[in-house]
Design a protein around this ligand. Structure first.
Ligand SMILES: Cc1ncc(COP(=O)(O)O)c(C=O)c1O
Length: 416
């Protein structure tokens, strides 16, 4: 049975409507100028019901990538030398590289098997006063089950909290923590996120002083090269057609475009080699904000689809954790062991369904030098174990496709 391509790591949220807009923007020079769309995106995040409860005004600064946003943020915090940042194992280089490039140390906290986020008692056990910042990652968009306790922990120890919402979206059932100026949220509009402009990110904070510093940092960054922006628009303009025609030449065409390096890589070679790469450190381009705005305008439809897909998967795969609820960008599931995971991934790959494996290592992507990331082998055993078993299911799919994947996964899980 041949489906159009379903690949969590390739343009999973791009539709023909996004493609049409990308082509139109490519040839409308006026939409590259000004800041109408960037202002709209910043306002969207600043005014989210989650971020701005009860008249606490927040402001958003935009960047070309979450990594460059994180670097600007950590620089703006002016931490004393020898400071550490607490980060969960089961994260990615986009989080750790900016920390290390600022000369800071990383303390890795292990995760829980059900929410894939920080384990409270491990965090408490490794506390020391050098920890000045904590990054609370909402893995896959799941609200961490110890979020309340971790916010209280930050408040007690005077730790600056970065709530990393890169994978998901503003969970509107929650309220922003009351940490005063010692709080910000990080959002990303990278291509593997829920809403994408291929690259892009924002930092949302109630601190006027921090916001000013971030605005200054963002305006000091160079403009993204035109060639890079065109490559992002081409990605949006071509990807939906590659997906649709994958089994009829789309695959070969995709390979050809990759070989020509037409699409900018999500992670650069320098990053894979364990170095922060400033080649994605730019201001957020106006024209990309137009593409993000289109996706944000279809938010409700997307969230309804995700809810339906999660419901369908749950019907067939009872092993799915009870925690995940939308907005999520992928649905995590644990195979009993790594061989079964390999088997499941292969089974679906033959149907042009490429499931995800965020994250195979305590710091992804695979083959990153973990020692260079200051990760000590064995220090986060659950992260390491989960990394050998994790599978991510796609959520930008119809209920019928979710049913198909769910039924087959259940059979594959049950087969001895
Ligand atoms: C947990 C997490 N935080 C932040 C980021 C930063 O995103 P980017 O630099 O791709 O915008 C990523 C990237 O994948 C991520 O996985």
């Amino acid at each position: 049975m041949h489906h159009p391509l379903i690949a969590l790591d390739f343009a999973h949220q791009e539709t023909s409507e996004d493609a049409k807009l990308a082509w139109r923007l490519m040839f409308s020079p006026h939409s590259w100028k000004g800041h109408r769309a960037t202002d709209k995106v910043a306002a969207h995040y600043s005014q989210s019901t989650y971020i701005s409860p009860k008249n606490v005004p927040h402001n958003t600064s935009l960047f070309f990538s979450g990594r460059s946003a994180l670097k600007a943020l950590l620089t703006a915090l002016q931490l004393p030398s020898g400071s550490s940042v607490a980060v969960q194992g089961f994260t990615c280089a986009a989080v750790t590289l900016p920390i290390l490039s600022c000369g800071l140390n990383i303390r890795y906290v292990d995760i829980n098997e059900d929410d894939f986020s920080m384990r409270l008692n491990h965090l408490e056990s490794l506390y020391n006063p050098c920890i000045k910042v904590l990054i609370l990652q909402h893995s896959f968009g799941i609200v961490p089950k110890y979020r309340g306790e971790i916010i209280a922990f930050c408040s007690k120890h005077n730790i600056f909290l970065i709530e990393d919402l890169a994978h998901g979206y503003m969970p509107n059932t929650l309220i922003a923590p009351d940490l005063g100026d010692r709080y910000c949220a990080l959002v990303s509009f990278g291509r593997s996120k829920l809403f994408s402009s291929v690259f892009g990110a924002g930092v949302i904070t109630p601190s006027i002083q921090l916001h000013d510093l971030l605005q200054k940092a963002s305006s000091n960054l160079p403009q993204a090269p035109k060639r890079l922006i065109v490559r992002c628009l081409l990605y949006k303009g071509i990807a939906p057609f590659i997906k649709l025609w994958y089994h009829r030449g789309g695959r070969i065409f995709h390979r050809l475009l990759l070989w020509m390096q037409l699409f900018p890589p999500e992670i650069t070679r320098i990053e894979k080699d364990g170095q922060y790469d400033a080649s994605y450190a730019y201001a957020y381009p106006e024209v990309l904000a137009h593409t993000l705005h289109l996706q944000l305008s279809k938010k409700e439809t997307l969230l309804t689809q995700i809810t339906a897909a999660i419901g369908e998967y749950r019907k067939h795969v009872p092993q799915i954790s009870r925690f995940p609820s939308p907005p999520l960008n992928r649905l995590p599931l644990l195979a009993p062991h790594s061989e079964r995971r390999t088997h499941i991934l292969r089974h679906f790959r033959l149907q042009n369904i490429f499931l995800g494996t965020w994250y195979k290592e305590p710091v992804g992507p695979e083959r990153l030098d973990l020692a260079a990331m200051q990760y000590e082998k064995g220090s986060c055993p659950t992260s390491e174990n989960v990394g050998t078993r994790i599978i991510n299911l796609p959520l930008n799919v119809s209920q019928k496709t979710a049913e198909h994947i769910g039924l087959e996964i259940q059979l594959l899980l049950l087969t001895p």
